[in-house]
Every structure is written in C-alpha cells, then in structure tokens.
Design a protein around this ligand. Structure first.
Ligand code: FAD
Length: 308
C-alpha cells in the first residue's frame, strides 16, 4: 500500500475540512521549498481538529501543526504524516481589561498583521514589535517570536491549547516557560488561541512606531525573495548575521539558495532552490563558523521531514 493510500484510509471518510494528499510543500512554505506532505489538512474548527488529531493518533500517524509556514523548512523527501493548518481559526476580538489596559483574544490561525491592525483600531500599545513578522498567532506564541527587544512572552496573558490527548485547557502565562525562540508546550500540543494583554496608547504614536519598524525591515531585510526570516539564533551579545558576515559567507550560493548579501542571517530562494540547497548552506555556515570562530550557531528555523 502506498503512503498516499494509507493517509487516505485514515482521513478519507472524515468530515474534516479540505485535505490535499501528496501536496508539494514548496507551494505553502515562505521559503518556497519542500517535498510532499502525505496529507495537508486545512482545519476549520475545534471539533474537526480534535477529530483529526484523534484519528491520526489512533493510527499512529505523525502530525505537525503549522500556521503560515514562515519559519519551517520541509526537507525534499517530504513529510510522512499530516501537516495541519489552522485555516478556520482566524477570529480576533478585543475586550476591555480596566486600569488603562485592554485584551485582544486571537485565534491561532489569525495573522499577526490582523492582530496588529486591531491594536491600532483599539488604540492598544504593546504589539508594535510584531509588525512585519509574517506568521500566525499560534506560530508566534509557539516560537516566542520577537523583535526590537520584545517577545510574545511580554504580551501573552494566557494560551488556550488542545493537548495531544484531546483535552482543551487554558494555561496562564506563568505555567508556560518562554525561552529564546522556544516554549515549553509539550510535543503534540495545539495552540488554539491566545489572550494578549496590552496597554492603552495613542493611535498616532502606535502607527508611527509601526511605520518606523516596517521601513527598517524593508531597508535591512531581503524582502523581495522567499525566505524564512532569520535562519540562525543570535548568540548572547553577538548577532548571527554579523558572525556569518565576518566568516566571509555573505552572498554564498548553493543551487538556487543564497546567503543574502543584504542580511547574512537570511537564506533566500533566488529561484528553483531545493531544501537540500538550503540545508547545504546551513551546514556550511555552521562548520565554517565553528572552524573560524569556535562558535556554535543553532538554527531558529524549524526543520521537518525526510531527505530525498
Ligand atoms: C521575512 C520574515 C521576517 C521574519 N521576522 C521575524 C522576526 O522579526 N522575529 C521572529 O521571531 N520571527 C520572524 N520570522 C519568522 C516567523 O515569521 C516567526 O517565527 C513566526 O512566528 C512563525 O509563525 P508561523 O505561523 O509562520 O509558524 P510556522 O512557521 O507555521 O510554525 C513555526 C513553529 O510553530 C509551530 N506552530 C505553529 N502554529 C502552531 C499552533 N497553532 N499550535 C502549535 N504549534 C504551532 C509549528 O509546529 C512550528 O514548530 C520572520 C520570517 C520571515 C519570512
């Protein structure tokens, strides 16, 4: 039996939203690389999601929850399992919190940009740092995304999750460990949404900060090419981009992938890159930086799937 048929057997008779079988992930990742997922599931609501995960677990099939796939490399051999997108989870609402504060509740699949937009409308400050990060709320919370000295941990009040065993619960901020681009959620946990606590602010000031950030990003980042943002984590007091540049690797290319000559911590797809091209560049950076500077660069980007 082929892998395709196996997943069809598992999910085929379920009413669980749109499912694409043997779907090239290069069509869905921000880096525009990646082999086929056995199944790409577009989950529409909690009931469907719980059913899908229950069924996958029952059949011992792997699953990977994704948001906008802006921080993920799927290897060229594809993903043997289901990649589940939080397509239907896009609601973003605002609630007063009193004391000059306000809450935004955002479902996991909502784009960070739509949450930032609501914060402008509602005159709530605190989320400006998210401007220009192309991810979803779920991805940002999972990664503890950050920029300009702030991270999701600074605004998260609580996170609602579906645990791997199907139990839904809301976790307070202090029940979650937020690290540098990682969190303590157990494997298999699905983030359903997050309550964000913000301060009352002035609309014009919020907009001004956002415009400054977006301008800075356009100047510094290679936004004209597909990428996954920063590939490597910074080291304490040392930016990975600077380390890579000092190691003489800026502009280096393998196949269609290149270490951006604009920002050395970005690997861009100049056209026709494969995940293998990107992995070769990652390995080259890691070995050169170890050799030249005796430093270890860990990836920030999440790498899944099998080699071809
Ligand atoms: C141009 C560009 C600029 C960027 N700038 C920044 C930046 O300034 N700062 C920064 O931190 N990042 C940045 N990124 C990286 C990326 O956008 C962030 O990490 C973002 O938070 C990822 O969100 P996503 O929805 O795309 O997550 P995905 O890439 O889909 O997933 C990332 C991880 O989160 C997990 N995940 C996603 N959703 C869920 C969920 N609902 N439940 C459980 N797990 C989930 C996935 O399993 C995976 O492990 C940038 C990327 C690009 C392309």
């Amino acid at each position: 039996m082929t892998a395709k048929n196996e997943m069809k057997d598992v999910l085929g008779d379920m009413d669980c939203g749109r499912i694409l079988y043997d779907e090239p992930m290069s069509l869905h990742t921000s880096l525009a690389v990646g082999g086929k997922a056995e199944a790409l599931v577009f989950a529409e609501n909690e009931d469907q999601l719980a059913q899908i995960i229950g069924k996958l677990s029952e059949h011992r099939k792997k699953y990977f929850i994704a948001g906008n796939l802006t921080n993920v490399i799927v290897r060229d051999g594809g993903y043997q399992g289901a990649i589940v997108l939080m397509t239907g989870f896009k609601d973003v609402t605002c609630e007063p919190a009193g004391g000059g504060k306000g809450f935004i509740y955002a479902q996991a699949g909502a784009a960070l940009s739509s949450v930032v937009h609501l914060s402008i409308t509602e005159e709530l400050t605190g989320l400006e740092f998210c401007s220009g990060i192309p991810g979803s709320v779920g991805g940002a919370v999972w990664m503890n995304a950050g920029a300009y000295g702030r991270e999701m941990k600074d605004v998260v009040e609580s996170v609602t999750v579906l645990e791997a065993d199907g139990v839904k619960k809301t976790m307070k901020r202090n029940e979650i460990i937020f690290g540098y681009r990682n969190t303590s959620f157990p494997r298999g946990t699905v983030i359903l949404g997050a309550l964000l606590k913000l301060e009352k602010g002035e609309r014009s000031k919020i907009k001004e900060t956002i415009n400054e950030i977006l301008l800075w990003r356009r100047e510094k980042h290679p936004l004209d090419f597909p990428s996954a943002g920063s590939i490597f984590k910074n080291l304490p007091g040392q930016a990975a981009g600077k380390i890579i540049e000092e190691s003489g690797l800026k502009g280096m290319a393998v196949g269609g992938a290149q270490i951006s000559s604009k920002h050395a911590n970005f690997i861009i797809n100049r056209g026709g890159a494969t995940a293998a091209d990107i992995m070769r560049l990652i390995e080259t950076v890691q070995s050169r930086v170890k050799k030249e500077k005796n430093l270890v660069l860990d990836t920030e980007v999440v790498i899944v799937g099998e080699d071809e």
